[in-house]
Design a protein around this ligand. Sequence first.
Ligand SMILES: [Fe+2]
Length: 253
Amino acid sequence: MSDLKKFDKEGKPLNLIPTANRSIQANWIQKYYDDPSSVEPSAEDIKCELQLQALSDFEPLNFLIDPGQFRREIAKYENSWKPYLRREGVSNDREGLLLVGMEGDTPEDESSRPEKMRAAGRWIHEDEFNVPTQAYHDLTCLHDLLNYWQPLGRTFLVRCNAGGWFPPHKDDPLINRRCFRVAAFLGPNVDHEAFEWVQDGRTVPIKKDRAYYVDTRKTHRTHAFVDNSIHLIMNIPKTWENVIKLITATKWF
Ligand SMILES: [Fe+2]
């Protein structure tokens, strides 16, 4: 068996990305010194974030994905999953399938932003991914949820296999973030016997097939105990209209 830190399960070399450099990426005060506008919230940011703050960190939404339909529709993509954001020196069996990417992207293209930025050689914002791929069109079981927001930012499926994980991180802690996130948990392997999402220090109860607003400004981490644990990650442009749409879609009112 080849070194799974360097090769995928077929033995092909992984596209390895250096470990995140926290002293640069999370040096918010240096960003402020370099360009104060880069961390400055607009009046719209403050309005939207204050309203989002009224929701739970992990807020159930009125979208349930039909599990049988998902199983049938995802089958043709069985060989399309690509290793997702594999870091140097780390074993992490997780894969991606791209649903909303950039012009010309296929479902097999990079789903992660660091990989995409390295390929493009420039910074890319989540809302610069705004073109649906063929997988978006084919996965009609997701259309009620996906089409509710238009346009969407970077949207993709993650498949964690046994031992696949995301370390503790914040997607973006600043309130001038351009997108907020909705996640949905798909297929049979997403409840506590197969997968856990720890949000701000607490393991959240996940109902399979349901979509949730997740406050990813707060620290979160995930891990899978079995193969084929699939969740959908959506970046939704943070407009006032989309915030009100989100509030409208919450399960509890
Ligand atoms: Fe995250």
